[in-house]
Design a protein around this ligand. Structure first.
Ligand SMILES: Cc1ncc(COP(=O)(O)O)c(C=O)c1O
Length: 423
């Protein structure tokens, strides 16, 4: 159905379907949770590396009646009636993703980053195959071989690490492991590696041993969209990503590949690992890809990196041990041990001060570190002066629990000047 045949003029159908007042009247208990969460996000500093603030346009698509639509299959070949309009939304999302990342094929249906990785494995591997991926103690994701995850149970994972001194991927070690284990696939990507990944080096290693190369670029994909990080698409057989994180879209997954693997990837998503596509999320992905193609997003992505670097410098100056001595991305991994506090205590003190972030495995030893990201605070419009201040506030709260109430007040004041959704 061409859009010109349906009414897109403002009509009663535009009645506000995301009406908070209506929710408050119908279900005050739940409305209170939504409102309190919005306040929590706005009144603190959101440094969880995987989080961001999506635009009101993305939230509008997510809260739209497309959420009602069942759409198993792909545009033009659905197992349900009435898919003409959501087909348009999915085609727009696919076309925008292909253009944004220079890929021959895009699948926008994966419900999450983990679903995208599952589909990539389903397309390329058989249970029992050997896969070489970053070990979880060094920053590999659950889907890279955790025994608690399908990946560790169904495949034979071999883990590579990072150099103990520098914290950097040791490409020679990856090559040696690839030669001795002859994996069917090599995975490059991490939840905490703060540096650019050398996709060409991984491609060479994969070619040398006849392995597929899967890039799990969930974290840097937004930087790739904004031209602030290298693009894995020309090097990897399949690229998996999330559409949230720096990319600033809805929670969801994305797969990119060449035309040769397109059908296998599509079938691995539906019907192999998923059922009906979530059309409201796919529409929201399309909105986010449109936003990421605009010049403002290029500036945003570069500011994300600049902010992370300033944060890393500030933390190092305040006494934290910053892994790899800095960052190329939105991610900073910092050990609070030199301040005399271990990571869980540090995270608790920071949370009490309104600074929200994660702990994460450090690349060497048993201790954990703090993992933080600059995507959300950059969306709020913060730049270098605010990053320097955040590093100082973090040091104050971590060093001395008695300082937490003062830091909480300063965090509230700082965040209040940069509302994520200005009215
Ligand atoms: C490298 C990597 N892969 C996969 C995922 C999984 O994404 P999701 O939580 O959407 O399943 C993440 C999420 O943080 C990730 O960092």
């Amino acid at each position: 159905m061409p859009l010109s045949t349906v009414s897109t003029a403002p009509t009663a159908h535009e009645a506000s379907y995301t009406d908070l007042d209506a929710l408050r009247r119908q279900d005050p208990e739940l409305a209170d949770v939504l409102i309190a969460e919005a306040a929590r996000q706005a009144e603190g500093l959101q440094l969880v590396a995987a989080e961001n603030f999506t635009s009101p346009a993305v939230l509008t698509a997510l809260g739209s009646p497309l959420a009602n639509k069942y759409a198993e299959g792909y545009p033009g070949a659905r197992h349900h009636g009435g898919c003409e309009l959501v087909d348009i939304a999915e085609r727009i999302a696919v076309d925008r993703a292909k253009a944004l990342f220079g890929a021959e094929h895009a699948n926008v249906q994966a419900h999450s980053g983990s679903s995208a990785v599952l589909a990539a494995y389903a397309a390329l591997l058989r249970p029992g195959d050997t896969v070489l991926a970053m070990g979880l103690p060094y920053g590999g994701h659950l889907t890279h071989g955790s025994p608690a995850n399908f990946s560790g149970r169904w495949f034979d994972f071999v883990g590579y690490g990072v150099d103990a001194e520098s914290g950097l991927i040791d490409y020679d070690q990856v090559h040696t492991l690839a030669r001795s284990h002859r994996p069917k696939a090599i995975v490059c990507g991490s939840i905490s590696y703060p540096r650019h990944i050398d996709y060409a080096a991984f491609r060479e290693i994969a070619d040398d041993v006849g392995a597929y190369l899967i890039a799990d670029a969930a974290h840097p994909m937004g930087l790739v969209a904004g031209g602030a990080a290298p693009n894995p698409v020309p090097h990897a057989d399949v690229v998996c990503a999330t559409t949230h994180k720096v990319l600033r879209g809805p929670r969801g997954g994305l797969l990119l590949c060449g035309a040769d693997l397109a059908e296998r990837i599509d079938r691995a998503v539906f019907p192999f690992t998923q059922g009906g596509a979530q059309m409201h999320t796919i529409a929201a992905k399309a909105v986010a890809f449109g936003e990421a193609a605009a010049p403002a997003f290029t500036a945003y992505a570069h500011q994300v990196v600049a902010n992370a670097r300033t944060l890393a410098q500030g933390l190092a100056a305040a006494g934290f041990a910053v892994t790899t001595e800095g960052t190329d991305t939105h991610l900073v991994l910092a050990d609070p041990a030199p301040l005399g506090v271990e990571a869980h205590t540090a995270r608790g003190r920071l949370a009490a001060a309104g600074i929200v972030l994660d702990t994460c495995a450090l690349p060497h030893g048993e201790a954990r570190g703090l993992r933080l990201g600059s995507a959300a605070v950059t969306t709020q419009g913060m730049t270098a002066p605010e990053m320097a201040r955040i590093a100082g506030l973090m040091a104050d709260a971590v060093r001395d629990a008695a300082e937490i109430p003062n830091v909480r007040e300063e965090v509230r004041e700082l965040a209040g000047r940069f509302p994520p959704y200005p009215g």
